[in-house]
Design a protein around this ligand. Sequence first.
Ligand code: BMA
Length: 822
Amino acid sequence: MRNVLLLFSFFIALSCKQKQNLPYIVNLNKNWSFKGTDTLDWQKATVPGNIFTDLKNNNNIPDPFILSNEKKVQWVSSKDWEYKTSFELSEDILKKQHVILNFAGLDTYASIFLNDQLIGSTNNAFRNYSFSIKEIIKAKNNLTIVFDAPEKREKELKEAINYTLPEGNRVFTRKAQFQYGWDWGPKLNTCGIWKNISIKAWDELLFEDVFLQQNSITKNSASLTAKITIQSTIETSANIQYSINGISKKVSIELKKGKHLYEIPITINNPKLWWTHNLGTPYLYNFDFTLKSAGTVYDKKTLKKGIRNIKLITQKDAIGTSFYFELNGKPIYAKGANYIPQNSFQNKVKLSDYDNLLTDVVDSNMNMLRIWGGGIYENDSFYDLCDEKGILIWQDFMFACAMYPGDKAFFENVKTEAIQQVKRLRNHTSIALWCGNNESSEGWHRWGWQMNKSEEEKELIWSHYQNLFKDLLPSIVSQNSDKTSYWESSPKYGRGNPKYEFEGDAHDWWVWHDAAPFEHFEEKVPRFMSEFGFQSFPSYDVVNMINQNKSLNLESESIKNHQKHSRGFQLIREYMMRDYIVSNNSEDYIYISQLVQAKGITMGIEAHRRAKPKNMGTLYWQLNDCWPSISWSSIDYLGNWKALQYKAKKAFKNQLISSKIEDNHLQIYIVNDGFNTIKDTLNIQIMDLSGNISSTFKKEANISSNSSEVYKQISLKNIDRTSNVVFVNFNKESRIIYLTKPKNLKLKKAPITTSIKKTENGFSVCLKSVTLQKDVFLHTTEKGRFTDNFFDLLPNTETTVKFITNANNIGDLKIKNLNSIN
Ligand code: BMA
């Protein structure tokens, strides 16, 4: 019977096979070569790519990421470069009514020649450029792109205005600003074809765009409008067939000639809502759209979309003005970090890199990333993964730490860029906010940029700022997106402004830039902390990579060149001296630098979370690196987790046991970000470093949803803080609370015994010691990831961690801990 049914469905499928006249897409990423405009030799190029990786692949330059090679390759950005390819087109394509050549990203000042005819020029790496080429193409074609050095163009643009803008000439060019050098990144100003080139050929009908706009959501139904833009060269009856999770419907339309918008109302009954991964399931619906006329299928579009309402709530309240995100009607606490491009050379970032990094984000209990404005608008896969994994995105427009030109040409250029980007990202469920810029407003008001400028100049520059960030960008977001919230500039107020604590988002750079103690994080808690950070050294592997040897020499010229903050090394040492022992041994120094960073930043995270609901978000600076570097990142260039990543993972859990010492009293808090109430016994023990317990407290605690409260207060009057800790246990989570700085602790030296077992996907390591062992760091020569690291061992208690690896052995396992460092 089953076979008969199968056969029957096969015949049905055959008889239903529809005629198709779908658009052809021809990828033009092959066969490229490049040369300097003043040289003769063509060499093999990779597309998508950039001039540095092409020169490196042809052995013309050394690897800019290692040693001090960055300095040796600066000449590359001052030259003009030329790229060319040739391609054949089939009769089928040549016959199509419309043939469009599309450039998803050219970096940046390019002149494009098809079959020796100039078809267009570009000046914005963030824009997509399309050209109709029907009249120019033949069976055999050649395509040449000539790139002008940005510095040449920037000089011209600068000379055309009669005032100066702060922060150099980068502001004239619409491309990733960090490539001009940043305090964590090299100066590697790329040029080239950084995104795909393709041809789209079609007849009569085309889906130009499908926008799924969300109108309203109630428990019982979600109302959406599918806003479908169709291009047509005919006037005819057609239909749009759409399916949601496989259930199809059909709508008939009368097509008009030209480009027109057709709206289809969609209702989803009892919608399954999308939640961030820490609060529920990031459920996505599958939408399929098919455009048909006279029995022929002309185009198809597939989308995934979550049903959710996300809003930034800024309302006057008893403290000042709120700043929090509301997801599906509930205030949520945002936890995460600032994201920068994963590589100075974007073409080196693979899909697996996105997947790995965003998996790390979820594993670390983060629910929001801020895409910082000095980098790039990320590619589609990045946002697809965030939608799927339940990560919210705070999306900056790409403007950072500068004032920008305001002439008509610049304004129009940005306008097109912003419309394209907002439209590209508007179906993504993860987009929570569009933000105008990073620190431009703060810079203008606080960083001395107004000095030596006439009143007229100041007015002009500020009016340009206003045109862009107060008028143009918010109106583009409201007209082209799913009513996504807009925020003018991050931070709202600089740290000199008394409103810092009471309104808007804030960047706390008292710590680090002003060398304020980490305790400062506890003193000035703003409504939402969108940046605060501290540097550390990366893994031994990255240090070795920079030096190209195994010396771990932290004084080498190469290492110095990979620290881009002028006082970076000095500040790391200064903070280390405050809280830790400063070791002369490089291995220990790197390890302790990571502990310093982890201590400071988790102190901030916890202070912010304890202050909930006054504070409703904490995003530290910065998640990742764009090259091997000594920086604020918590995950280094090779993907290794620094101590901060492991400790942030714990500090970001929905349920957090935290504490604060006030007037010689320890206040024990429990923070709950979940929507559930937690009821359990709070167990507290005061113990010495050998595990002897001197007092015990027990208390029934009823933790309400979305809250932060003190549940127990303990006097520290008679406790020797250097040789006792407070051990807290609640609802399957425990926490060792230290009462003094690590350097004051009287840690004891004792061996750690280990037993290692093979597991399905690696090894398990069981550790034990007779004394409290602080910040135990496991390190091995084999590639893999420890499920926990930089953790503390309770005396006489076994702790097991796993090493996830493909290797057959665990390699040379080394253990470092604070107890054994003098
Ligand atoms: C923040 C960022 C970056 C910078 C970082 C560290 O303000 O916006 O501009 O790299 O500080 O200084």
